[in-house]
Write a protein that binds this ligand. Sequence first.
Ligand SMILES: [Zn+2]
Length: 146
Amino acid sequence: MVCPRCGFDTKVFDSRPVKNGKRTRRRRICLSSSCRYRFTTVEEIRYSVRSATGYSQPFSEKKLFRSRSARQGSIDQECLDNLLQLIVTDLFSREVETTVSHLVERVIFRLRQDSMAWALRYAALHLDSSDERRYVERIEIIASSA
Ligand SMILES: [Zn+2]
């Protein structure tokens, strides 16, 4: 990695695991004798989510529950935290990338174990409704599998 200040090459002089090894924090120093700038970099796994149109973006816990249902407090925070942990563990156990539809399915599946109302609310907000018949079918399947 080059120096953010002068663009010269840098070296790592300290490296340590953080967050139970899920992240690596490195201290770097610029090799230019006139600069010697010191900075920190963080290395971590980048989980990503691919949309139906093939667009890939970083997985974001915030985005996952930015919906109205979460904001209105209908799904409690402790439940959300547990859910996120489970989802990340399950979804990314084999690959670091998943699809939006798979992600939504997993959230619904997990929510349903706690509350059918939450699951249906989440489904209504997040399932793709462009194909109405398929959408209604999905909601029916979720509701009938209690
Ligand atoms: Zn420099």
